[in-house]
Design a protein around this ligand. Structure first.
Ligand code: SF4
Length: 334
């Protein structure tokens, strides 16, 4: 029986090595520019580092996918096309794309490079997925985090394209690939510049015994001495509404699919994606290691599989807000 893949994030070479050393079957990473949606200062790969990372992964039989999931801009599209060429040149196992022009370019220029359809393409029904297969011969779709497990199962019965789902990590309130919240405050959005809270717009300021975080000129949250301050994003800000200060859009919490692992595997999913290219190598190592153990335990004895308390506890130490959710996977609304 083919095991479901554990797919780990790599924001840099040390994280890539941590993923490989902790049992990932595949890793994914992006280049140091606006072509991927984790374009944070100090993160990502040069061409030389990508090659080194690829060699390290391949030595252990681990696949390495290149992420190119933002949208080319009219004034400087070349960097996106060049990055497709670099991914092909270094021998990536797959390229993750969302934009139609890039899909066309990649398919025509690099017919042998497998294409995974990015979550940013928001393909959540089989007609859309089969359209991308017909026109661009994609081999895999990364499903948006808006589906129930039952819907994923139904999708799988109507397409022969591999399905990858998010298994763990930070959640956005956006419909995948459609967030412009930060544009109003910073002038950029993840779809264009690959980042919703660029470091140049972030400020941490002490005011009396409080710590304030700001994005642009907007106060995102105020923390007391006993609280850990989060990196400011608009969607997870604590704002005042109805005379109350609270997370008005989204409580910080991480997706964690462990409790539904059997259902997800049995729905026909081939890959479990761990979110977090912006996180540390220790996060990558810990989460990859825990999912490796859980997946192996499932295949040893599927009917006896139960998520262990210590796995959940370990994962919660790495979660946003130290809590987890099954997101839409278990919703009973459609
Ligand atoms: S602002 Fe929030 S919802 Fe929008 S992309 Fe950033 S993290 Fe996601």
């Amino acid at each position: 029986m083919n095991k479901i893949e554990v797919l780990a994030p790599a924001g840099n070479l040390p994280s890539l090595r941590a993923a490989v050393d902790n049992g990932a079957d595949a890793v994914y990473f992006g280049f140091r520019n606006a072509t991927n949606a984790r374009n944070f200062e100090g993160l990502n790969f040069s061409e030389k580092e990508a090659l080194e990372g690829l060699r390290y992964a391949h030595k252990s039989g681990v696949k390495a996918n290149v992420v190119l999931n933002t949208f080319p801009q009219v004034d400087q599209p070349d960097i996106w096309y060049k990055t497709v060429d670099i991914a092909a040149k270094i021998g990536a196992d797959a390229i993750i794309l969302a934009n139609l022009a890039l899909l066309k370019y990649c398919r025509e220029k690099h017919p042998d490079l497998p294409i995974h359809l990015s979550v940013q393409a928001s393909a959540s029904n089989y007609e859309a997925i089969n359209f991308y297969k017909k026109h661009f011969n994609i081999t895999r779709v990364i499903l948006p985090r808006v589906l129930t497990v039952e819907e994923i199962k139904q999708l799988g019965s109507k397409t022969d394209i591999e399905m990858e789902v998010f298994a763990f990590g930070g959640l956005c309130v956006m419909a995948e690939g459609r967030c412009y919240l930060s544009s109003y405050v910073t002038g950029v959005s993840p779809n264009i510049e690959g980042v919703c809270s660029p470091a140049r717009a972030v400020r941490f300021e002490n005011r009396g015994d409080k710590l304030q975080t700001r994005l642009g000129n907007v106060l995102i949250a105020e923390y007391g001495a006993d609280e850990d301050a989060a990196y400011p994003t608009i969607c997870k800000g604590r704002f005042e509404a109805n005379n109350r200060v609270y997370h008005t859009m989204e409580e910080p919490s991480s997706l964690n699919v462990l409790e539904m692992l059997p259902e997800v595997i049995e729905a026909g999913v081939v890959s479990l994606k761990i979110e977090g290219r912006q996180r540390t190598k220790s996060y990558v190592g810990t989460v990859t290691n825990t999912f490796r153990k859980a997946v192996d335990a499932y295949y040893e004895s599927p009917e006896k599989f139960r998520p262990k308390g210590k796995w959940i506890k370990t994962l919660n130490t790495t979660s946003e807000g130290a809590t987890h959710t099954l997101g839409t996977y278990q919703e009973d609304w459609q």
